[in-house]
Each structure stands twice: as structure tokens, then as C-alpha cells.
Design a protein around this ligand. Structure first.
Ligand code: SF4
Ligand code: SF4
Ligand code: SF4
Length: 362
């Protein structure tokens, strides 16, 4: 019972910080933004009660409950909790996972640098967060730096598939580290995708709404504006890092119950969109069927739950799957070096991808 009070206290504390950093109205609410755009509003306006003021009270209440429950928990010497903490072991990273984690940290460094430039050098560089580009386009007909950035990201899919989702996205980093921490505590986290039709409902509503609103502006062409400086102001450093850190425990909680990368698999309209055409990307995970021993270890460890075994059985030249984010984890897990990055022409896999579409529809 005391453990639950402690968890509740920490939850309130984290929620309070997340409200103060505005993370609660940010990317995590993108799945509902599509509906809000139809009504000409944004998640930031509708959920404006998740603000600094509310955050303060939540932090105070959370701290109070946490401290009290800790005082009463410590004398009890909760053995289970202590055993869990002592047994923590950070998972081993393979070569590609190491490279990817370093690259993700580099991206976080770049964002930090961007924020520092704006704040300390007074440069006028707007935010490039995904919400800022769609919010601006749908509610004001404005396009700026963030729209250019995201256009490049969407075009990159034609070269390297969903690389955005494994190498660039900051929430990808948070989700992966949440999973690493949980598995470090020996918690079993599943990778299975149970029913991801929901992501296509969210994606259709979201992008349908964006197109509908932009088309409305396009009818009066003067009301569409493009300027690189159009965009949201970047937040303070503490807001960005506070948001990142508060998302971690929240994501751990959701990962524990809904599986690895639950947000990417079921909720993200950006991932939903790119998954539709990512199979056209040229760089893929190629399969060397002469080396493969059909051990299935790669499929069991794929964070996106891709059925790699199907591609192996079918003698497909590569993994051509809408859920594959080109992370390279399967290359790391294959002891027989049967998998590697390689260029695959869209013509050579046209038949294979069609077959999978039919399989999935059935
Ligand atoms: S699906 Fe969305 S949240 Fe997941 S990595 Fe891709 S862009 Fe990020
Ligand atoms: S881990 Fe390697 S050897 Fe085993 S099934 Fe996958 S590709 Fe084949
Ligand atoms: S199939 Fe391989 S590259 Fe694709 S998501 Fe799974 S582990 Fe990553």
C-alpha cells in the first residue's frame, strides 16, 4: 500500500514538472491534434490548464506525498524494492545501437545548442518541433523553418526509410531508454504489435485535417505565408530538458503496460505517415540467406515487432516492412552476420511487399 502511495506521489511530482515545461501539451498530444485542428484550435489552447500554475501545485502535492511515504517506507526496509534496485544491470549495446545512441545524443546536443544560440546570442531561429509546423499551417496558414525541416525528413524516407524514427526523433530516444531501464530491472517488455490499425485512423484524421485547413487558406492564396522565421519561439533550456526528463518516467510506465515503443506503434501520426511509403526507401536491412540459420533471434528482439522470420522464409532480399525503422538492432543481434544495411532497388522488392500487404489484409 505504501509503495502505491509513493508511486502516486512521484507521479504527481513528474506530472507537475511536465505541466510546467508544457510537455503535457506537446508532441504527446499530437494524436488528438488532428481532431482539434478541424475545430480551428490546437492542443496548447484546449489543454491550457496544464500550465506553470497548475504545475506548481502538483509539484508541491507530489513532493509532500513522496517525502511522507519515503519517511514511512524506509524503516520498513522494503526488501523487494531494494532487491530490484540492486539487481539493475544496464543492457549491452551492439555496434549499431551504440552508434545510434551516440547520434541521438548528438541530436540532443544540437537542440541544446540551438536553444542556447537563440537565448544567449539573441538569434531569431524558430523551433522545429513537429507540432509547431502543423499548428502554424492549420491555424494560421504559415510555413517556416520547421516546415522545411520536416519536408526534408519526409523526403529522406525515400532514401533511408524511417530513419527519422530511429536516429533523429527525440521521443524515440526517450522510449528506447525507458525500455533499457525497465529491462535493466529485468522487467519483461513485449515487442509485439497487437493491432496497429488505430495508428492509421489517427494518421488519417491528423493529416486529413492538416490538408483540409491548408486547402482552405490556399483558396485565398494571399493568406498563405512562407518565411523562414515563421514559427514558435524555442523554449528555455530547462523547459526542453525538464520535458525530456519528465517524459522518461511517464514513458517507462506506459512502456511497461503497453510494450516497447507503444507511441510509435499505435499513436504517432508522423510515424503513421512515413510507414505508408517507407518501403520505397532505398537503404534497407538486407538478408544473406546463405548465412542465415533461421534461429529467429532477430525477430524476437526487433523493437518494432517486425516479423523478420516471414522475410527469411520467403527468401526476400531485404526486410521490406512498414514497421521497420531501419534501427539496425537486428544486425547487432544476428551472430551469423546474415543481416546488414544495403541498397535495394524498389523494383526488386515490389512483389514481396505486395504479398505482405495481402497477408496483412487477410
Ligand atoms: S513514430 Fe513518431 S514518436 Fe516514434 S520515432 Fe517516429 S516520429 Fe518519433
Ligand atoms: S538472427 Fe541471423 S541467423 Fe538468426 S534468423 Fe535472424 S538473420 Fe537468420
Ligand atoms: S527489422 Fe531490424 S532494423 Fe527494422 S525495426 Fe526491426 S530491428 Fe530495427
Amino acid at each position: 500500500m505504501r509503495k502505491y502511495v509513493l508511486v502516486f506521489g512521484v507521479f504527481l511530482l513528474v506530472l507537475g514538472v511536465a505541466c510546467a515545461t508544457e510537455e503535457m501539451v506537446g508532441c504527446i498530444l499530437m494524436p488528438v491534434s488532428g481532431v482539434l485542428y478541424f475545430f480551428g484550435t490546437t492542443s496548447k489552447k484546449v489543454f491550457s490548464f496544464f500550465n506553470v500554475e497548475t504545475g506548481k501545485y502538483l509539484v508541491m502535492a507530489g513532493t509532500f506525498i513522496t517525502v511522507l511515504s519515503l519517511i514511512f517506507l524506509i524503516p520498513e526496509k522494503n526488501k523487494e524494492l531494494r532487491k530490484d534496485i540492486q539487481s539493475f544491470k544496464w543492457s549491452q549495446f551492439g555496434a549499431w545501437k551504440k552508434r545510434r545512441t551516440l547520434f541521438q545524443l548528438f541530436i540532443l546536443g544540437l537542440i541544446t545548442f540551438h536553444i542556447a544560440l537563440v537565448h544567449y546570442k539573441n538569434l531569431n531561429i524558430p523551433s522545429i518541433c513537429p507540432r509547431s509546423s502543423t499548428d502554424l499551417a492549420t491555424t494560421a496558414g504559415k510555413f517556416g523553418l520547421s516546415a522545411v525541416f520536416w519536408l526534408i525528413m519526409y523526403l529522406l524516407v525515400f532514401i533511408w526509410g524511417r530513419v527519422l524514427c530511429s536516429w533523429f526523433c527525440v521521443y524515440s530516444f526517450v522510449q528506447e531508454q525507458s525500455n533499457n531501464i525497465l529491462t535493466g530491472f529485468k522487467k519483461k517488455i513485449h515487442n509485439i504489435v497487437k493491432n496497429n490499425k488505430i495508428i492509421y485512423i489517427i494518421t488519417s484524421v491528423f493529416w486529413g485535417s492538416v490538408v483540409y485547413n491548408v486547402a482552405k487558406y490556399a483558396l485565398h492564396i494571399d493568406s498563405l505565408t512562407f518565411n523562414l522565421t515563421n514559427g514558435y519561439k524555442v523554449a528555455d533550456l530547462w523547459v526542453f530538458w525538464g520535458g525530456m526528463l519528465t517524459m522518461l518516467p511517464l514513458t517507462m510506465f506506459l512502456t511497461y503496460y503497453f510494450g516497447n515503443r507503444f507511441f510509435c506503434k499505435y499513436l504517432c501520426p508522423v510515424g503513421g505517415l512515413t510507414s505508408i511509403y517507407s518501403r520505397l526507401g532505398l537503404l534497407k536491412i538486407k538478408i544473406d540467406h546463405n548465412k542465415c540459420k533461421n534461429c529467429n533471434v532477430c525477430a524476437r528482439n526487433c523493437q518494432m515487432g517486425v516479423g523478420i522470420d516471414k522475410y527469411i522464409t520467403e527468401k526476400s532480399p531485404a526486410i521490406i516492412d512498414k514497421n521497420c525503422i531501419c534501427c539496425g538492432d537486428c544486425i547487432d543481434t544476428c551472430k551469423f552476420s546474415a543481416l546488414n544495411y544495403g541498397l535495394v532497388s524498389p523494383i526488386s522488392f515490389a512483389n514481396s511487399s505486395t504479398r505482405h500487404d495481402i497477408d496483412e489484409a487477410a
